[in-house]
Design a protein around this ligand. Structure first.
Ligand code: 2NE
Length: 275
């Protein structure tokens, strides 16, 4: 695969190739824990991918291995810069901006695939949970640590996790803070596929390529439909936004606009009231 550097950041790497964007958390010395800057950079990269009409798939992964040979997707919020009211940025402001990133990943009308090697722990686990799909390397380790380190994510990190693995299992994951290997994650439906670590990126790229051969409007409508069931008014807004987009693309939708511009009465008579 041919990756081109899409933009320079400090805490992440951002590449594009063949309609696929790749966001790599690049703090392996902290098992790819995120600080506010890391999250802000990821947010900017995801926004760029959302705005780029050539991009249909985004891979989210972690840089590794670290010098000790260990891999991590992401180990959650950087506990070393956690203050009393959140993760403290360079200006001294406490933040929980990863929640904004979760919402963006969920609502972006493109397919987001988490490629997990090593640890996906705490807020890092939640990040893979909110992605559309997860491909795990055979060394992947999944788990929540919140109740051990004085934190929790009761939003998508709890409720959406429960939708994926079921209530009993989600409660086990959060209450006991155990770690689960790739095979166990596969058994509970937490990941889509497990591959040898040296094949992880190639597998993710192949899934991306297959998705890129499909209809963009069909995929974006499906994503918003999957979300709508769970997301209340915001889910309906997303789904309906796609209906509006499709209507604008139709001749019938254009007739209304054209009539206004041409200062005439719109003529919708040739469009059928389908059963
Ligand atoms: C990930 C894990 C299990 C890895 O264990 P191990 O034994 O392989 O590595 P080690 O030695 O713990 O970590 C290697 C280096 O990375 C740092 C460590 O401190 C260590 O650095 P040194 O002290 O040797 O210099 N490191 C690892 N994770 C870090 C982190 N999250 N923040 C800062 N430094 C970190 C093991 O490292 C682990 O359990 N990490 C902590 C996982 C965790 O509790 N994350 C936070 C959960 S809360 C959260 O993410 C959150 C939320 O609940 C709600 C909103 C937003 C965020």
């Amino acid at each position: 695969m041919e990756w081109k550097n899409a933009r320079e950041f400090e805490d992440i790497l951002y590449h594009k190739g063949e309609g696929i964007a790749k966001v790599t958390i690049n703090r392996p010395e902290r098992r790819n824990a995120f600080r506010p800057k890391t999250v802000q950079e990821m947010y900017e990269a995801f926004l760029d991918a959302r705005e780029d009409p050539t991009i249909g798939v985004i891979l989210l992964t972690g840089a590794g291995p670290h010098t000790d040979g260990k891999y991590a997707f992401c180990s959650g919020g950087d506990q070393k810069i956690r203050g009393q009211a959140g993760y403290v940025d360079e200006g001294g402001v406490p933040r929980l901006n990863v929640l904004d990133l979760q919402k963006l990943i969920r609502s972006i009308p493109k397919v987001v695939i988490a490629l997990v090697s090593g640890y996906a722990i705490g807020g890092g686990h939640v990040l893979h949970v909110v992605c559309d799909l997860t491909i795990a390397a055979d060394n992947a380790i999944f788990g929540q640590t919140g109740p051990m380190v004085g934190s929790f994510d009761g939003g998508l990190g709890a409720s959406y996790l429960a939708r994926i693995v079921g209530q009993k299992k989600a409660r086990e994951i959060w209450y006991l803070c155990r770690q689960y290997n790739a095979e166990e994650a596969m058994e509970m439906g937490l990941v889509n596929k497990v591959v040898p670590i040296d094949q992880l990126e190639a597998e993710g790229f192949q899934w991306g390529r297959e998705i890129m051969e499909k209809s963009p409007l069909a995929i974006r409508s499906l994503k918003s439909a999957f979300n709508a069931e769970l997301d209340g008014q915001m889910g309906i807004q997303e789904l309906s936004g796609n209906a509006t987009l499709l209507y604008y693309l139709s001749e019938e939708g254009s007739e209304g606009k054209n009539a206004f511009i041409e200062k005439r009465k719109p003529d919708f008579s040739k469009y059928p009231w389908l059963p």
